[in-house]
Design a protein around this ligand. Sequence first.
Ligand code: TUI
Length: 314
Amino acid sequence: MIQTELCDLLGIEYPIIQGGMAWVSTAELAAAVSEAGGLGVIGSGAAPPDWLREQLHKAKELTNKPFGVNVMLLSPYLAEIMDILLEEKVAVVTTGAGNPGKYVPALREAGTKVIPVVSSVALAKRLTRSGVDAFIAEGMESGGHIGVLTTMALVPQVVDAVDLPVIAAGGIYDGRGLVAALALGAVGVQMGTRFMCAEECTIPQRVKDFVIRAKDRDTAVSGTSTGHPVRALRNRLTRKYDEMEKNGAPPEEIENLGVGSLRLAMVEGDIENGTVMAGQVSAMVNKVQPAREIILDIMNSAECVLGRLKNQVV
Ligand code: TUI
């Protein structure tokens, strides 16, 4: 049985957080993960406030267990999203794509645990005094908006730099990844890509099949010149990005290419012209499974890995 500080902090059974992916992590997925003993997280992305309110109500109908909401700090609706989270008293808020410092006191006041996603030591250090509860250190193996450090390099550096629990994210798929994260000093993992292929995930089957077909080198990082690099599965759109960046197109023009493209992929199922944000572990995802099966597989395989490691100590 693997139980860590993260389980006590969040009141969950297993040290696994499901990534709050925009247009992917709906109430159905989050509730299924929480029901299975992990922490389910609704991804609010750039969705309008009414959508979030409806999702929160749906999740509360589906589970009595704690769940979280990811706030994408570049959302055009950020102020309204924060108001809803304070009103609805969400158990956990994770944040991405920015510095959540000024929102931390009000969230904590509402009894919400705040766990920013960081891709650098500098941001983690800056946030230590703002009262956050833990950090998610996310390496560039992840899908979506990424930093430049790998999980292997970033996690131990954040662990050494802060006095709070650190959760590892990026490039984690199974028990090997969980045990590796614990070895780096993390108290648990956040996983996104594998949960895209959870049965309860509402994205079109065509997108799940695209993730399942992906091989080791099938993700690409686009938009580096805009300051918002994004990892996604290679397709017609990422090739267009490559071409524009090679030709030195202005950053605004490149940025415009991405507007609405995540929704196009994850809701409309357009896997050629949309942005299919997914991480490097896409290559390891080979089937659709219920969220509970994913979580139990991770925990069982982690126990096997630990047993194997113990046998190697003489
Ligand atoms: O946020 C994510 N992943 C995301 S957000 C997203 S929606 C989006 N799409 C296009 C462009 C931008 C966003 C899709 N995937 N992961 C967490 C994460 N946060 N990764 C990196 C960061 C990050 C980056 C810079 C956090 C803070 C930061 O700088 C803040 C500062 O002030 O230093």
